[in-house]
Design a protein around this ligand. Structure first.
Ligand code: 6PG
Length: 249
C-alpha cells in the first residue's frame, strides 16, 4: 500500500516534510558524510523552503548538503520561472549554502540535449555503481499528473537508458510549447527517499487517477514513480486527497 500522509493544508504538508528532512539529513550525513538532494520546482516547495529556513537555518549541516534539481524550465537562472532561481532566493541564499555543492540545470542553453548530457556528468558525484542515487528526490505533481518535467504523452516517459533528458512539451500546464530538462523515471526511482508534496483541489482528480486509477503512465506520468529500493511517501493536503476512495492508507 502506498504511504499517503494526508495533512490539513499546505502549511501542514510543508511542516511534515520539514520534520522528516530535519531528522533525515543529520542521520544521513553521519552515516555517509553528505546529503544529496534533488529539488522540485513550481510553487509548492516554497512553503517547505521557508519552513527549513525558519527552523533549521543554523541546525542542519548545510555545508554537507549537495543540491540538484529534478527538472528545469528553458529559461535563464534569473528568470521568474527558473526552478533554480526560486530555490536560490527562498532557500539557498538564506541558509548560506556552499554553492560549490550546488549543480543547477542550464535551462538557458541553446542546445538542451547537450545541457542534459552535461548534467548527467554533474551526477557523477552521486553515482553509486554507475547509478545516480540521491538521498532525497523531491517531487511535485501537476494537475495533469506530471512530475518533474515528465509530462503526459512526451518522449521522456519511455527513456530507460538516460538519467537526464531534454523533453519537448506542448501543454497548457507548461505554458504552451517548450522544452524542459528533466530526470527520467529511472533517476527518480533510484532515489533512497522519494517524496511527493502535493496540495490544492486542482490536483485531486489527477491524484485519484495516479493512486487508484488503472495503470496508464503515459496519461498519468506520476505512476512511473516506483522506487527500485527506496521509500516513497506522498505528503498531500486534504484538498488534493478529496477524491481518494476510502481515505488514505
Ligand atoms: C516544475 C516542477 C513540476 C511541479 C509541478 C507542480 O518545474 O514545474 O518541477 O513538476 O512540481 O508542476 O507545480 P506546483 O507546485 O506549482 O503546483
Amino acid at each position: 500500500m502506498p504511504d499517503i500522509r494526508v495533512l490539513p493544508d499546505l502549511d501542514a504538508v510543508s511542516r511534515a516534510a520539514a520534520d522528516e528532512l530535519i531528522e533525515l539529513v543529520p542521520r544521513t550525513v553521519a552515516a555517509r558524510g553528505a546529503f544529496h538532494i534533488a529539488l522540485s520546482g513550481g510553487s509548492t516547495p516554497k512553503r517547505l523552503f521557508k519552513e527549513l529556513v525558519t527552523r533549521a537555518r543554523t541546525s542542519l549541516p548545510w555545508n554537507k548538503i549537495h543540491v540538484y534539481w529534478g527538472d528545469e524550465r528553458s529559461v535563464p537562472p534569473w528568470h521568474a520561472d527558473s526552478n533554480y532561481g526560486m530555490a536560490k532566493s527562498a532557500l539557498l541564499d538564506p541558509v548560506r549554502i556552499d554553492y560549490a555543492k550546488v549543480r543547477r540545470m542550464h535551462g538557458e542553453a541553446s542546445d538542451l540535449d547537450a545541457a542534459a548530457t552535461v548534467y548527467e556528468c554533474d551526477l557523477a558525484a552521486v553515482m553509486t555503481n554507475g547509478t545516480p542515487v540521491f538521498d532525497y528526490v523531491m517531487l511535485g505533481m501537476g494537475p495533469d499528473g506530471h512530475c518533474a518535467s515528465l509530462f503526459p504523452n512526451t518522449r521522456a516517459l519511455d527513456v530507460t537508458d538516460r538519467w537526464v533528458v531534454a523533453n519537448p512539451v506542448d501543454s497548457p500546464v507548461a505554458k504552451g510549447k517548450t522544452t524542459r530538462l528533466t530526470f527520467t523515471a529511472r533517476t527518480i526511482n533510484a532515489g533512497r527517499n522519494v517524496r511527493f508534496l502535493i496540495a490544492g483541489a486542482d490536483k485531486a482528480d489527477a491524484l485519484a487517477h495516479v493512486l487508484q486509477g488503472p495503470r496508464d503512465p503515459h496519461r498519468y506520468p506520476s505512476q512511473l514513480v516506483q522506487p527500485t529500493s527506496g521509500s516513497l511517501v506522498w505528503f498531500v493536503d486534504a484538498a488534493a486527497a478529496a477524491q481518494l476512495q476510502g481515505g488514505p492508507s
